[in-house]
Design a protein around this ligand. Structure first.
Ligand code: ZN
Length: 180
């Protein structure tokens, strides 16, 4: 049995290469803190700088791996141990790693917290553990599985804008970091 509380952090940044290979002038960086006081619930707190334009929303996910050998690109898809379609964090049908969006404040930063009942810091029999996986912040808003999904069944990598139920069409990966 795991003993509680369990705490983990993820220091996020572009990890070397942004998706288009350029180095952004003001890279998106920050810290995500995960605190699990009991088996049932977790509080996820974030403090992110240079997120984007004031008021812009950005997909916020746990991705499968902490492999940053090709920047955030190589971190794999959303953490989805139940093999369900992507949705909103409050949906029954969702990726465990699908945490919705965070919003940039007037300075383009974002601070906040949320609670969740699927993300776990211990090896849960149904939801697994996110330790050793990655936190990910995207360039665009996550459509929460409600957008265009018309190319979800095509071969090859997911095509942004047409794969709502796979990626939330959240675009490039602007910051990532290992959960540890
Ligand atoms: Zn993502």
């Amino acid at each position: 049995m795991a003993s509680f509380p369990i705490k983990a952090t993820s220091v996020v940044g572009p990890n070397g290469k942004s998706c288009d290979g350029t180095e952004p002038e003001k890279p998106c960086t920050g810290v995500v803190t995960l605190e699990q006081p009991s088996a049932d619930t977790i509080t996820i707190t974030w403090d992110i700088k240079n997120l984007g334009e004031p008021g812009s929303k950005h997909g916020f996910h746990v991705h499968e791996k902490a492999d940053f050998s090709n920047g955030c690109k190589s971190a794999g898809p959303h953490w989805n141990p139940l093999n369900l379609d992507h949705g909103a964090p409050e949906d029954e049908v969702r990726h465990v790693g699908g945490l919705g969006n965070i919003t940039a404040d007037a300075d383009g930063h974002s601070k906040g917290s949320m609670s969740d009942h699927q993300v776990k810091l211990f090896e849960h029999e149904k939801f697994g553990s996110v330790v050793g996986r990655s936190m990910m912040i995207h360039a665009k808003e996550d459509d929460l599985g409600l957008g265009d999904n018309s190319k979800a069944n095509e071969p090859g990598p997911p095509q942004d804008g047409f794969v709502s139920k796979i990626t939330g069409n959240a675009g490039a990966r602007i910051a990532c970091g290992e959960i540890k």
